[in-house]
Structures are given as structure tokens and as C-alpha cells.
Design a binder for this molecule. Structure first.
Ligand code: HEM
Length: 504
């Protein structure tokens, strides 16, 4: 009997000690912002302030907290502290001038399976080496060679509308642009021809929607954010990742098929990323000489990343742009006139769409209002003082792109669609870090020029044929989906054939 009591008492003491230790461990950091002189919401045990973000998403939560606490505030995801900075001068220091102390990005390390070793997640010298290998993939010469792939997808977009227009002249552009950018990324990243507009049941299309169906407020993701110390080993043990298993396997096999094929690279009249990366294929991971190649794991991870980073972001930006044009017919007309006068009968491509300056102003203004990524981030890799703020090593810095784009102190009447903000004259007045839909500094989006070219080619082809008009189904303002991105739930607009309009 006595031994039983000893055992029960011992177990109770052990449990109490463990809970005490766990409580102290979980809340240990909670005083850090006070020490730094940084304001912020009170964290609660275990979750920190994560539930505000899980409930409202980054865009809304950032905005709410910024209104309450100002340009620099701190919050906790579980026990991990992050500072949200929307002061453009501090951001310039972090993103550009002192970049060497803020080289890394905060990622859910260990939860992304095949995506773990991609450029966006890589750190320090490994990232630097990969970035210098991958950057040439996005140069002017290479993008020019991707023209045929983009044009083919854009032609399919126009054809799809033309075919439908007699039955129904209302189109969900969120869906249609999703198909277009999926076709582009399938061919430019994977070297695969897909016509998702004609065949929504194509396996590539089905798997794409599966792999991207990650809910920000899913219980798994919440636990991964809040308790990474517990979830990382469990995820490894049970092989659980944030990505859908079947879809990841499908894409990995597609990439491996190309990697293992004997087809010599770059012998076609166009190029795709996978073949360009194969030129740098090298399983050696020794960094002693600085530069090295890409392992097969990295090639797979980067292909998946290009897909993730380039598909929905570009589709969302195009959808919001179509919305802005439908609601502002004068601006749409001006854009059309520019297309006619600059391109004439020429096929739109990388080179000549570069001359469509008014179109670029409209793209920028749309991406200011609706930046597909509401925020980006960096990690402080060594203690650094920035404009009087002492940032400790390991601190996550959130860069709230949406706030920067909607700050009334930086933009007059920020909710108004006004492309003139980006005219040659006005553009010069925009401060560094005030506008950054693609991020800023050495870690800026690598696919920026591809995305802009893709948008311009689609718009030039579309507006030559059609006029976009709002209809009863158009949601004003657009209703956004609750994901990590800013993207519309749908974007119904009416299309009118330009030739019939002009002959009226
Ligand atoms: C409208 C479309 C797009 C938007 C709004 C967008 C936005 C962004 C943003 C905000 C970042 C973070 C940059 C930073 O931290 O400073 C980023 C990074 C990145 N994007 Fe994009 N992106 C788009 C299209 C693309 C495309 C088409 C690709 C590739 C095919 C791509 C590939 C990447 C990669 C690889 C990174 C990580 C770069 C690094 O860490 O070195 N993105 N993007």
C-alpha cells in the first residue's frame, strides 16, 4: 500500500513539475517586447496571439493591430515573438541596407515535405548560392523564350470566352485567370502542356487544386504554428505535411519523369524552368568553394515553389485588375487605346508589352490595392540595432505589405483606384518600401518579371477582343477568400465583343 502511495505521489509531483516547466517554457519570452520598448497585444498562454490571425487572416489582423499599436508592434505565435514593422525607413535598413543581418525568411520548417528545400525556405549561404543559380532562369533572354508558352495559354483564354459568349456573356474571371496562370506555370515550370480551360478534369488541374487547398485556420496548421517543438517530431514520425500527399506525389513524379528523361535540354524553340535547373543539376552539397549546383530534391522543391508562388498570386492580381477595369470604363478605354497605338497588329510578347506603360500603371495600382501576398518576413540572424531599435538574434520581422499600401499617411485616399499614382512624374515621389507587392531587396520575388509579362500578354489579347463590364453577379467590393493570400472568392463580369460594340 505504502509503495502505491509513493508511486501516486511521485507521479503527481512529476506531472506538476512538467506542467510548471511547460508553463514557464511557454511564457518565458512574453516579456521580450516590454524590454525592447515595443507595444503589442497581451499574449495568452499556449497560443500567444495566434488566434487573432487564425480568425481574421493576416490582412485584417495586421490592420486591426496596426490601428491600435502603430508602426512598430510585437505579437506572439505560441511562444515565438514577431515584430510587425511598417515604418519605411526601418524597413529599408532591414530589407536592403543591413540585409546581411536579415537574410532568412520565417518558414514552417519541417512541415512542408517535398517543399522543405526550396529557395524561399533556404537560409544564409545556401539561399545565396541557390538564388545565384536560379536568377539567370528569369533573365530577359530566358523570359523571351517563354513567350510562345504564355501566348498559347492567352490564346486559349480568348478562345474560351469567344466560344462561350453566345450561350452566356457572364464569366467568372477568378476561375478563368486561374486556368490561364495554371496553364502558364504548368508549361514554364514543369514543361507540361495543360489546357485547364477546356479540360477541368485533367489530372494536373485536379492535383493542382488539391495541393493548394491549405486552410490557414486548419487545426494541424494552428498546432504547427503554436507548438512546433512537439509537432515537428510528430510530423516527421507520422510523415504528415501541410501539403496533400497524393498531389505532392503526383507532382514529384512528373518532375522526376522530366529529370530522368534522356531528352537533351534547351533543344526546343522555348525553354522551361525544369530544363534550365537541370543544367545546374549536381548532387554535391559541399559549399566550401562557394557556388554549387542544385540537388534533385532542390529542383523538385523549386518546381513546386514556382507553382505555389506563381499560380494563384498572378491569377488573383489579374482578377482584381479586371474588376477595376470593369468598374472604371474610362481607364479601360485608355488602356485599350494604348494597346492599339503601341502594338498595332503585333503579337503581344515580352519585348513589346514592356512599352505598355499605362497598362503597367494600372497593374501597379491594382497590386497596391490588392497585394496578393499581404505580408512577407525576415529573421534577424545576428543582434542588430536599427534606428534605435535593438533587434535580438532569432527575432521574426513581419513586413505588412497590405498596411504599407493602405496607409493614409503614405497614400492619399488609399481605397480609390487611381493609376495616376504610378505615372512617371508621381512614381518618383513614392518612397522606397512604400510599395512592394513583390517584396523588396535582395530577396525580392524572383518571378516578378514573369508575372508582369504574363499579366500584360493576357490583358493585351483580352482587351483587343472584349470590353469588360460589371454585371449583377459582380460583388462590389469583391469578397475575398480566407487563405494566406488576398484573392477573390469569384469575379463575375460581363464581356462584350469589341467588334459588335464598335459597329453599333
Ligand atoms: C503577381 C504575382 C506574384 C506576386 C504578388 C508575388 C509576390 C511575392 C512576394 C511578396 C515575395 C516575397 C519577397 C520578399 O520577401 O521580399 C515573393 C517571393 C518569391 N516569389 Fe513571387 N510573386 C508573384 C509571382 C511569382 C512567380 C510567377 C514566381 C515564379 C515562377 C514567383 C516565385 C517566387 C519565389 C521563388 C520567391 C522567393 C524568393 C527568395 O526567397 O529568394 N513569384 N513573391
Amino acid at each position: 500500500m505504502a509503495t502505491l502511495w509513493v508511486w501516486i505521489t511521485g507521479s503527481l509531483v512529476a506531472i506538476v513539475c512538467f506542467l510548471l516547466f511547460f508553463y514557464v517554457y511557454s511564457t518565458w519570452n512574453y516579456g521580450i517586447f516590454k524590454k525592447m520598448g515595443v507595444n503589442g497585444p497581451q499574449p495568452s498562454f499556449l497560443f500567444g496571439n495566434h488566434m487573432v490571425f487564425a480568425k481574421h487572416g493576416f490582412k485584417k489582423a495586421d490592420m486591426m493591430l496596426w490601428k491600435e499599436y502603430g508602426d512598430v508592434f510585437g505579437y506572439f505565435t505560441g511562444r515565438t515573438p514577431s515584430i510587425v514593422i511598417s515604418d519605411t525607413e526601418i524597413l529599408q535598413e532591414i530589407l536592403v541596407k543591413q540585409f546581411n543581418n536579415f537574410t532568412d525568411r520565417a518558414v514552417l520548417r519541417g512541415f512542408s515535405g517535398a517543399m522543405n528545400e526550396n529557395l524561399s525556405a533556404q537560409q544564409g549561404k545556401v539561399w545565396k548560392s541557390s538564388r545565384s543559380i536560379l536568377s539567370p532562369t528569369f533573365t530577359t533572354g530566358k523570359l523571351r523564350k517563354m513567350d510562345p508558352l504564355i501566348k498559347e495559354a492567352a490564346d486559349s483564354l480568348v478562345l474560351h470566352i469567344k466560344k462561350r459568349i453566345n450561350e452566356c456573356n457572364e464569366v467568372d474571371f477568378a476561375w478563368l485567370f486561374g486556368c490561364y496562370t495554371l496553364d502558364v506555370i504548368a508549361s514554364t515550370a514543369f514543361g507540361i502542356k495543360v489546357d485547364s480551360q477546356r479540360d477541368p478534369n485533367d489530372k494536373f488541374v485536379r492535383m493542382a487544386s488539391k495541393i493548394l487547398a491549405i486552410k490557414v485556420n486548419s487545426p494541424y496548421l494552428t498546432l504547427a504554428f503554436v507548438l512546433p517543438i512537439l509537432m515537428r517530431p510528430l510530423s516527421k514520425l507520422f510523415n504528415i505535411t501541410v501539403l496533400d500527399k497524393e498531389a505532392t506525389e503526383f507532382f514529384t513524379n512528373e518532375i522526376l519523369k522530366v529529370l530522368n528523361s534522356s531528352e537533351p535540354s534547351i533543344q526546343k524553340d522555348y525553354v522551361d524552368f525544369i530544363h534550365l535547373m537541370m543544367e545546374a543539376h549536381n548532387e554535391d552539397t559541399d559549399y566550401t568553394d562557394g557556388r554549387r549546383g542544385l540537388t534533385s530534391k532542390e529542383i523538385i522543391a523549386n518546381c513546386l515553389l514556382f507553382f505555389f508562388a506563381g499560380y494563384e498570386t498572378t491569377a488573383a492580381s489579374l482578377s482584381f485588375l479586371a474588376y477595376n477595369l470593369a468598374l472604371n470604363p474610362d481607364i479601360q478605354q485608355k488602356m485599350y487605346e494604348e494597346i492599339v497605338s503601341v502594338l498595332g497588329e503585333e503579337e503581344p510578347g515580352y519585348d513589346n508589352t514592356g512599352k505598355l506603360q499605362y497598362m503597367e500603371m494600372c497593374i501597379h495600382e491594382t497590386m497596391r490595392m490588392y497585394p496578393a501576398s499581404p505580408r512577407t518576413d525576415r529573421i534577424c540572424v545576428r543582434e542588430t540595432e536599427v534606428k534605435g531599435l535593438k533587434i535580438p538574434e532569432g527575432m521574426q520581422i513581419a513586413v505588412p505589405i497590405y498596411i504599407l499600401h493602405h496607409n493614409e499617411k503614405l497614400w492619399q485616399d488609399p481605397e480609390k483606384f487611381d493609376p495616376e499614382r504610378f505615372s512617371a512624374e508621381n512614381k518618383a515621389k513614392i518612397k522606397p518600401c512604400q510599395f512592394m507587392p513583390f517584396g523588396f531587396g535582395p530577396r525580392i520575388c524572383i518571378g516578378k518579371r514573369l508575372a508582369i509579362t504574363e499579366m500584360k500578354i493576357a490583358l493585351a489579347k483580352l482587351l483587343r477582343e472584349f470590353i469588360l463590364v460589371k454585371c449583377d453577379k459582380t460583388k462590389i467590393p469583391p469578397k475575398e477568400l480566407q487563405t494566406g493570400l488576398i484573392k477573390p472568392e469569384d469575379m463575375w463580369l460581363k464581356v462584350q465583343l469589341r467588334s459588335s460594340e464598335e459597329s453599333d
